[in-house]
Write a protein that binds this ligand. Structure first.
Ligand code: FBP
Length: 558
């Protein structure tokens, strides 16, 4: 049985960039001819040029209206993979790809690999038929084919991926994922080229975290819906706090590293405090300094008789506080270097004693100073890409615990006379599978359709790029960007590896500056905004607004 909204959403026809209204009368600019301009990656050019011998340095491409393009009409077989954390709109990327393939040639086929990249390695798949596709149009979630975080990294996994692609007769594989998954897409494209295979690899920018973006990728999909969902909830809590006037709410928001989600939610809801991890790192703020900043707001509000408030805490904060960052980096390297010994230790006491043999003196002191619960959470398994699972670290509790101590001390010194009662929340999973907003429904469908165009144009190692997206879809453009262009070398699992560079919050960027221009007032006064829930039907100013971040970063081009 489906909900009334789901049934209604099946009928929604997502919008496409106008160029695709030309059917198959489309040309690729500047094209793939050897004479066209080349590109370089964001850093570590020599190392990356050597690692990606076959795929490095291609030009970005744009689709434009043109003559009838027979290449777009050839029958194709494509495979698609959903990779990493869920993000609203994934099903619409598949729908755009599916519809593009069928529009090109009704005999074209789409195979969905199950459970993320492991589906390609293990050849577990489902044929995507029109009937199956129609059950998932404009819905949230990745449940159509599932997702996973397996990293294709060993020779055996690369060879198995090629074997599956060959066995299934694929012309191309589309990987829908974040920075790590698109890094994998680039490695796979290079591997296929190295082995003389013609199988193309195309990426699509997914992640609620919003940190896969650059000059050509204005936003990753899912960010819009997730932020709107969290902002609805923050607004509701703000209204409750302002009604009851007795609680401070500490809300940790997903976003593994970058604070884009916290910043966007702050711009949408005007909380009293919003920490931005990138600023904490730039100012080299200690944990104590972070707590000071919040205490100042609590005290000033208490002086105004307002013993309540909202504080937003980005999920990745602990990795940006210098002393914690060093500790985590040392733990990452140690746990990778002594994997076998470490996995044999089953008590926290044993693990701590083992690690403290190798940790630097400073990191040992930090490790011992944090509450045991948090210290244990720092030792949870890393994900397959070597990342600490920050969603499992209860940063909001760490901060509340320290703040309570600070306020008690200030009270004893006569510096604080208010009442402090704190409640913690973590918003993450609440937003990852919401029905995609109209923006995400349209954007994702366009990304999928563009992926088809890139495949049909014979391109590989490109990520689908739809631009000018802060304006109406009637002004959107479409093209592709070489994946290797977005890469640099970083330390992962104790080694230097090629990865797509994460886009962190820029402290000289317009969204952060906008926040800074208001935050002193918001810290003391109650200026909450209540955005309400995402609207799917109604006037465009209510239903089709992009995020505030996007509007500041990429004002629409007429
Ligand atoms: P992706 O980068 O794969 O899109 O995932 C983003 C995210 O939602 C982060 O915000 C969060 O830290 C992480 O996934 C949690 O993942 P999991 O549910 O697998 O622990």
């Amino acid at each position: 049985m489906t909900s009334v909204l789901q049934t209604a959403r099946y009928q929604y026809q997502p919008k496409l960039p106008p160029v695709f209204g030309n059917g198959l009368n489309i040309r690729v600019k500047p094209g793939t001819e050897a004479a066209q301009s080349t590109t370089v990656c964001v850093a570590d050019r020599d190392a990356l040029g050597a690692l990606f011998k076959h795929t490095y340095g291609k030009p970005p491409v744009t689709f434009e209206p043109g003559e009838y393009n027979a290449a777009l009409a050839k029958p194709l077989v494509a495979g698609v993979i959903l990779s990493g954390g869920q993000a609203p709109g994934g099903h619409n990327v598949i729908a755009g790809l599916f519809d593009g393939l069928k529009k090109g040639n009704a005999a074209s086929r789409l195979i969905g690999f199950r459970g993320g990249p492991s589906g390609l390695i293990e050849d577990t798949y489902v044929e995507i038929t029109g009937a199956l596709m129609d059950e998932y149009r404009n819905t949230g979630g990745f449940d159509m084919i599932g997702s996973g975080r397996t990293k294709i990294e060993t020779d055996k996994q690369f060879a198995a991926s090629l074997e599956t692609a060959t066995k299934r007769g694929l012309d191309a594989v589309v990987i829908i994922g974040g920075d790590d998954s698109n890094t994998n897409a680039a490695l796979l494209a290079e591997y296929f080229a190295e082995k003389g295979s013609a199988v193309q690899v195309i990426g699509c920018p997914k992640t609620i975290d919003g940190d896969l973006k650059n000059e050509y990728i204005e936003a990753s999909f899912g960010f819009d819906t997730a932020c709107k969902t969290y902002s609805e909830l923050i607004g509701n809590i703000g209204r409750d706090a302002n009604s009851a006037k007795k609680y401070w709410h500490f809300i940790k928001l997903m976003g593994r590293s970058a604070s884009h989600i916290a910043l966007e939610c702050a711009l949408q809801t005007h909380p009293n405090i919003c920490l931005i991890s990138e600023e904490v790192a730039a100012k080299q703020m200690t944990l104590d300094a972070v707590v000071d900043q919040i205490a100042e707001s609590v005290v000033k509000r208490a002086e105004n008789g307002e013993n309540f408030g909202i504080a937003l805490i980005p999920e990745g904060l602990v990795e940006f506080i210098p002393e914690m960052k060093t500790l985590i980096a040392e733990l990452n390297d140690l746990m990778a270097a002594h994997e076998d010994e470490f996995s044999g230790l089953h008590s926290f006491g044993g693990q701590r004693a083992f690690l403290e043999k190798y940790l630097s003196r400073e990191s040992t002191a930090v490790f011992e100073s944090i509450p045991e619960e948090i210290a244990k959470q720092l030792l949870f398994d890393r994900d397959p890409h070597g990342n600490v699972q920050v969603s499992r670290i209860e940063t909001e509790k760490l901060i509340v615990e320290m703040l309570e101590k600070r306020l008690a001390k200030m009270k004893a010194e006569g510096l604080y006379k208010g009442k402090f009662s704190a409640l913690g929340h973590f918003f993450g999973y609440e937003g990852r599978c919401a029905f995609p907003s109209n923006f995400d429904a349209d954007y994702c469908y366009s990304l999928g359709y563009t992926a088809f165009m890139l495949i049909a144009s014979g391109l590989s190692d490109y990520i689908s790029s739809v631009r000018n997206i802060s304006g109406p879809a009637s002004a959107w453009t479409a093209g592709g960007v070489p994946l290797t262009m977005m890469m640099n070398m970083e330390q992962r699992h104790g080694k230097q590896r090629p990865v797509i560079r994460k886009a962190l919050v820029e402290l000289d960027g317009a969204p952060f500056k906008e926040f800074v221009s208001h935050r002193a007032e918001w810290a003391v006064k109650t200026r909450f905004v209540y955005p309400g829930s995402i609207q799917y039907y109604g006037p465009p100013e209510v239903c089709d607004q992009p995020t505030i971040t996007l509007k500041w970063e990429h004002p629409p081009v007429a």
